[in-house]
Design a protein around this ligand. Structure first.
Ligand SMILES: [Fe+2]
Length: 288
């Protein structure tokens, strides 16, 4: 019988079963098959993994991400890193090498889940920090399984059949951007997602919302918005939140089907922040 190798890392839980720090793993050394399988299992269980002190050139970042599935290329190609279209870079460093006061993406300041505006949204996002501000610029994560499981029976029953329209165009405008080009718009029309989705790795249910969620199918617009805002407020209560304070060399990966996240403000005129991410393709959403 083949020996079963113990995984070459340990896990430090962050908040109950939501989130874990992975210790003792140097990602720059390609993990063997057993370690890759153990990482996929840990990610499925915890939905949020933090790796500290890593050194990840873009090619290594891409190779490591592929352990979790195929990668996506983002529709907003203005953010692609030269030569690495799988990498989406957010940087406030200007051509003179100094912070240029322009926030690279104000859309990230709103609670959202990546690519919920795609019919098949992203499974995982892997965000790596090259430079981080001395204050602010955190990423907050909300546990959408915990938020679902804290609902009462009446709300669970009511939410079970609701569907939400998600639209990147509207959330871009909300963040103060002119919206997408016509070609980008044609590629990404609004999509409908269930309010409650099944988290396949655990068999648990998760609320599925975020800033791309605009209205509820079959509900008056104002009433739908009101309901979305009330559910969002519930999801971001402190009891469901993990607050990640970045250090250069951190890689954080999260499950977009079981969490929301947002960045916090920082002084873009003074402080550098350079982060880059890859996105792992998901499977069609299943209603929970
Ligand atoms: Fe995001």
């Amino acid at each position: 019988m083949a020996a079963v190798l113990a995984p070459s890392f340990s896990l430090l839980p962050l908040k109950g079963d939501f989130g874990a720090e992975v210790r003792g793993l140097d990602i720059a050394q390609p993990p063997d098959a057993a370690t890759g399988a153990a990482l996929r299992e840990a990610f499925g269980r915890h939905r949020l993994l933090v790796f500290r002190g890593q050194r990840l050139p873009p090619a290594v970042h891409i190779a490591f991400s592929r352990i979790f599935g195929d990668l996506e290329i983002h529709v907003l190609d203005e953010y692609h890193k030269a030569e690495y279209p799988e990498i989406f870079e957010l940087s406030n460093i200007g051509p003179d090498g100094r912070p240029n006061a322009v926030h690279p993406d104000r859309g990230t300041l709103f609670w959202h889940t990546d690519a919920s505006w795609q019919e098949v949204p992203a499974l995982a996002t892997l965000l790596y920090a090259e430079a981080v501000p001395r204050a602010g610029g955190h990423t907050l994560f909300a546990d959408m399984i915990g938020a679902y499981e804290a609902l009462g029976a009446a709300e669970r029953e009511r939410f079970a059949t609701l569907e939400v329209v998600h639209d990147l165009e509207v959330s871009r405008r909300k963040a103060g951007y002119p919206g997408m080009t016509e070609a980008q718009r044609a590629q990404r029309p609004p999509v409908v997602q269930p309010l409650v989705r099944l988290h396949e790795a655990t068999g648990r249910r998760a609320l599925y919302l975020g800033s791309h969620g605009q209205s509820i199918v079959g509900m008056d617009e104002v009433a739908g918005r009101g309901l979305i805002e009330r559910v969002m407020a519930h999801c971001v209560e402190p009891r469901f939140i993990v607050d990640h304070t970045w250090q250069p060399g951190d890689l954080v990966m999260w499950d977009n089907g079981a969490s929301m996240h947002r960045a916090t403000e920082y002084d873009t005129a003074v402080e550098p922040r350079v982060v880059r991410r890859t996105v792992v393709r998901g499977k069609p959403v299943r209603r929970g």
